[in-house]
Design a protein around this ligand. Structure first.
Ligand SMILES: *[C@@H]1O[C@H](CO)[C@@H](O)[C@H](O)[C@H]1NC(C)=O
Ligand SMILES: *[C@@H]1O[C@H](CO)[C@@H](O)[C@H](O)[C@H]1NC(C)=O
Ligand SMILES: *[C@@H]1O[C@H](CO)[C@@H](O)[C@H](O)[C@H]1NC(C)=O
Length: 975
């Protein structure tokens, strides 16, 4: 499954930012659900019986029913073929949830056997269906459990659920499924855990005027029933886990098809979707091909009659789902209109399709044995989402984007002491686990795989993965299966001999079983060339984790005198706390560790090396010798080091001053993320915020000069994307030319002219901010009539930019109107837009919330989202007290949201204190601007002079390492 990553990462970012262009709120409840299952072994099924096959027939009812049938329900008939796995089993336990069991029998050779109970129910909490037999089950015998039951078409986008849309015939109901992690049990009784793989024969009995139903497999046969319904039976699925089963009952059409009977690939959507499925088909076919080549396991041979379908679903909780043969997506993530969807969506459709296609092998064919190793599915899918897509569509820049979108964001999530390891994530409290769980499982998993790919070398890596897939196909896997296969390949190819024959098992365990990641601190004796490299566990707020650990770190580095950023085979693996490495040259020369950020670690240097790097980065020709990904790395590392106080902000900004001549994608996206964080923290003081914004505008000279303000339509893809992000950022920070361009284009759009899709995010936002209530009304009417899902999201993201109070309230009222003006899947995007559009919005939203609190709770169940958002954007003690007083008055009404609010206030106070403590560093830089610092005295080189800075960072670094060292020693002694 693709989770909507990317939202929480920027934390308290002040203004609409990169994340605003990524409609990716995390489905909180989903992670809570995983968390519950992982924590409590009582959720696990016994393995005393196992299923081999299910024959399931479902009859769904919408609103067109006659009593006694209830609307939005379904009838079900299921036969489940099972065997005991040991002697003396007299209870069969499987799952069911929210099903009413009418009849249940168990037979052996067509003879019913004795059962203890006459009636059955789905037990609450664990959702077990327990069937007690009067005699123990016989070994080596197959039993058939036959159940008739009724169920409900759910409304929460889980299980077998209903959705709606409009096509040229008007309003339509439909039903579709989302079973991961444990919702197949809401459609039929089943062993709803990934390790119980079985074959599924599905039949759907639909109303005659509906389109043929769609499921994992193609239709094998159809039949008109006496009640006029059409029964469609699908071919038997491959041996699969229940969470990968899917079906759709709708008026959908095949909107794009490759018309290839040998390799059928089709896109399904509402009939008025036009040609918007074409891009997903085109890229999907290429990706499926590439994945077949890569794994050497052909998709179309996985089982007989298999085909490939992708469907666009109007209401979808996750981003997409990898049901075998029937990939389901949010509409915005698969329906792409070249005229009206922007570049973000072009690459997003491609890489989400890539993610789901990769799951056919990593996830479906070989499945994680239990959710505690979900990274075996999701880490690979996230990795190929970039790696594979890069191979078939290099112009879309996935190699660059991996760094800023996955590696850097996952390191940020991973650098708190409460972070969990990839394996065995059941360690945290539910409130903190959810956001981290997704980022760490998906993005960290992908980043560690990328590091391993470079450690082994591409050929050996692929060889090992092919072994893994072949060893475990149609079965489940644990991490050791992966490590063993990779080690076997490594031995065959002698890929690790140069590293003292370390094993993948040992190396990978250090990255999968430990939480967090290291900071490497590099101290160079420029006279001798001796480099002292220290590793310590990084913590994002303090710099040093209170839980030290050591990793097996494959390192790469290069130096100014012989720059090589392309050979990513690690030169050695660090295992000790402190390692000395010879640079091999004497005299002043910069070094850079972690080439192309191929390793999963951060890097800090001594002051002299930073000065040398800064000088190079500020130099027109020397700058581009440093790889774009390493320039992005430096920007990100510097912001992160400064946030933790390991580097002062004046020093950080001194290094970042090179952005003024920087015009590439990677460094700028890293910079936007970093500046948004800083802006959020400086927002407590408007004059400092203003000075920061002036500095941002000053630094944007190079990038705006190269990109300009207009999307020409013939730009390289990455430039169109970058301009979209940069202009969104600059307009939000008050950049005059950006705002003028936005205003002009907005007015033109209001007069009915076309504005290129890549310009709309910032043209809409800044246009509304500079516009009137009438401008908002015009915008809102366009929104209400919009059908393209990606454009709907772009408009929701811009709606909060209005500075007109009545318009903002109109938007807020729509969020809670209970009429689906904004679909549930887009609600969290809408809330973020409303709060983050302007600084003024927080108090305006608070005032609105006071008058509408009942409406919010009635229609959304809880006010937790707006409350936590308001709490995070309060800027003064007066605002905090006012908000706190309101929370206290309404404590009872607010329920759990009260605590959310109180926690939010605590965080805001902490951030305020942080800002007060760090302000002098910013002011120092704002006052002086860039200072060319002097190299400290280098004995024997005649270089350097007297550094004029009182507290050199290198001193801090040394202190830090010593603290880390002492703590490590202490912990080791205790342990
Ligand atoms: C039927 O099952 C329930 C539990 O679901 C159990 O408490 C009860 O004793 C059973 N009835 C009989 C007659 O054994
Ligand atoms: C049943 O299947 C046949 C053969 O594929 C097809 O021609 C026919 O249209 C189907 N009938 C219905 C009612 O869908
Ligand atoms: C897959 O391999 C085939 C045969 O070698 C080749 O023709 C095709 O271009 C490859 N496809 C991709 C996407 O790499």
């Amino acid at each position: 499954m693709v989770i909507r990553w990317f939202t929480f990462i920027l934390g308290a970012a002040l203004l609409q930012s990169l994340s605003a262009l990524s409609p990716v709120p995390i489905p909180e409840d989903e992670w809570t659900e995983y968390w519950r299952m992982l924590r409590d072994p009582a959720y696990r099924l016994p393995t005393t019986t196992r299923p081999s096959r299910y024959v399931v027939s479902l009859t769904p009812y919408f609103n067109n029913v006659t009593p006694p049938i209830e609307p939005f329900t379904f009838d079900g008939v299921a036969s489940i073929y099972i065997r005991p796995t040991q002697a003396n089993v007299n209870e069969i336990v499987m799952h069911c949830n929210d099903l009413r069991i009418q009849t249940l029998t168990v037979s052996l050779n067509n003879q019913q056997i004795g059962l203890v109970n006459d009636t059955y129910e789905c037990e609450p909490v664990y959702s077990f269906l327990r069937i007690r037999t009067t005699e123990p089950l016989q070994m080596d015998s197959e039993y058939v459990v036959s159940v008739t039951y009724t169920g409900r078409l759910q409304t929460n986008m889980r299980g077998f659920y209903r959705s709606w849309y409009r096509d040229s015939s008007g309003f339509r109901w439909m039903a579709t499924t989302q079973f991961q992690p444990g919702h197949a049990r809401e459609a039929f009784p089943c062993y709803d855990e990934p390790s119980f793989k079985a074959l599924f024969d599905i039949t759907i009995n639909r109303e005659a005027d509906f389109s043929p139903s769609i499921s994992n497999m193609p239709i094998r046969s159809n039949e008109t029933l006496s009640n006029g319904r059409i029964a469609e039976t699908f071919y038997t699925t491959p041996l699969t886990s229940s969470y990968l089963v899917a079906f759709i009952v709708s008026h959908y059409r095949q909107v794009s098809t490759n018309n290839n009977i040998n390799r059928p690939f089709d896109i399904y959507a509402r009939e008025n979707a036009g040609r918007t499925g074409d891009w997903a088909l085109e890229i999907g076919e290429l990706l499926l091909d590439a994945m077949e080549n890569y794994t050497n396991i052909p998709y179309y041979n996985m089982t007989e009659n298999i085909n490939m379908k992708q469907a666009a679903i109007p209401d979808f909780s996750a981003g997409a789902m990898e049901n075998w043969g029937l990939l389901t997506y949010r509409e915005a993530f698969i329906l792409y209109d070249p005229q009206n969807s922007n570049n973000f969506y072009r690459q997003r459709v491609a890489n989400i399709v890539s993610h789901e296609v990769a799951h056919m092998w990593f996830g479906n064919l070989v499945t994680c044995a239990w959710w505690d190793n979900l990274w075996l599915n999701e880490g690979f899918a996230r990795f190929y989402q970039y790696y594979l897509t890069q191979s078939v569509a290099p112009e879309l820049g996935y190699d660059i984007r991996f760094i800023v979108e996955q590696l850097q964001t996952s390191m940020l999530s991973d650098s708190v002491d409460s972070a969990h390891a990839l394996t065995n994530p059941a360690v945290n409290s539910p409130s903190s686990v959810s956001a981290h769980f997704s980022t760490i499982t998906y993005a960290r998993g992908a980043s560690v795989l990328r590091m391993t790919q470079h450690l082994l070398g591409e050929e050996t890596f692929v060889k090992g993965l092919r072994k893994y897939l072949n060893n475990r196909k149609f079965d489940v896997a644990e991490p050791n299966h992966l490590f063993e296969a990779l080690d076997e390949a490594a031995v065959e190819d002698q890929a690790l001999t140069q590293y003292n024959n370390i094993t993948i098992d040992a190396y990978f365990r250090s990255w999968s079983e430990k939480a967090g990641h290291p900071l490497l601190t590099v101290s160079i004796n420029q006279a001798t060339g001796e480099m002292i490299v220290t590793q310590s566990r990084w913590e994002r707020d303090t710099g040093v984790s209170s839980f030290p650990s050591l990793w097996e770190i494959p390192i790469t580095w290069t130096r100014a005198g012989a720059p090589d950023f392309n050979n990513l085979k690690p030169s050695q693996i660090l295992t000790e706390q402190v390692t000395t490495i010879q640079r091999g040259t004497q005299g002043l020369e910069w070094v850079i560790f972690n080439k192309q950020e191929s390793g999963y670690y951060k890097v800090n240097y001594d002051q002299n090396n930073w000065i040398l790097l800064t000088r190079a980065l500020r130099h027109y020709t020397q700058r581009i010798i440093i790889h774009e990904l390493n320039r992005a790395q430096i920007v990100d590392d510097v912001f992160v080091l400064a946030r933790a106080g390991v580097m002062t902000y004046d020093r950080a900004f001194n290094i970042l001053s090179f952005l003024k001549i920087e015009d590439a994608y990677g460094p700028w996206i890293a910079a936007i993320t970093g500046f948004n964080f800083v802006a959020g923290r400086l927002a407590y003081n408007s004059s400092n915020l203003q000075r920061l914004q002036d500095e941002i505008i000053n630094l944007s000279t190079g990038i705006t000069q190269r990109l300009g303000y207009t999307d020409s339509g013939s730009d390289p893809f990455m430039d169109g994307l970058l301009r979209m992000y940069v202009m969104t950022f600059l307009c939000n920070n008050g950049h005059t030319e950006c705002m003028a361009a936005a205003k002009q284009n907005f007015d033109s759009w209001r007069s009915g002219n076309f504005v290129p899709a890549n310009m709309r995010p910032w043209v809409y936002c800044s246009g509304l901010r500079q516009g009137t209530a009438e401008d908002f009304d015009y915008f809102w009417n366009r929104f209400l009539n919009e059908e393209l899902a990606s454009e709907i999201v772009v408009m929701i993201q811009a709606a909060g930019c209005t500075l007109n109070q009545a318009s903002l309230e109109r938007f807020l009222n729509a969020i809670v109107d209970g009429n689906n003006t904004i679909r549930p899947q887009d609600l969290s995007t809408a809330w973020s837009s409303a709060i983050s559009g302007n600084e003024e919005n927080a108090m305006r939203m608070f005032n609105w919330l006071r008058s509408n609190i009942n409406q919010v709770i009635n229609n959304l169940g809880s006010a937790a989202t707006p409350i936590s958002q308001i709490a995070s954007r309060l800027r003064t003690e007066a605002q905090i007290s006012e908000f706190q007083a309101w929370l206290d008055q309404n404590q009872q009404l607010l329920g759990a949201a009260y605590n959310t609010g109180i926690q939010g206030i605590t965080t805001t106070r902490r951030n305020l204190e942080w800002a007060q403590g760090r302000t002098t560093e910013f002011v120092k830089y704002f006052d002086t601007g860039y200072l060319d610092e002097e190299i400290e005295d280098i004995p024997g080189t005649g270089e350097g002079g007297d550094g004029e800075d009182g507290v050199p960072d290198s001193a801090n670094i040394i202190n830090l390492s010593i603290i880390a060292l002492i703590t490590t020693v202490a912990i080791n002694l205790i342990a």
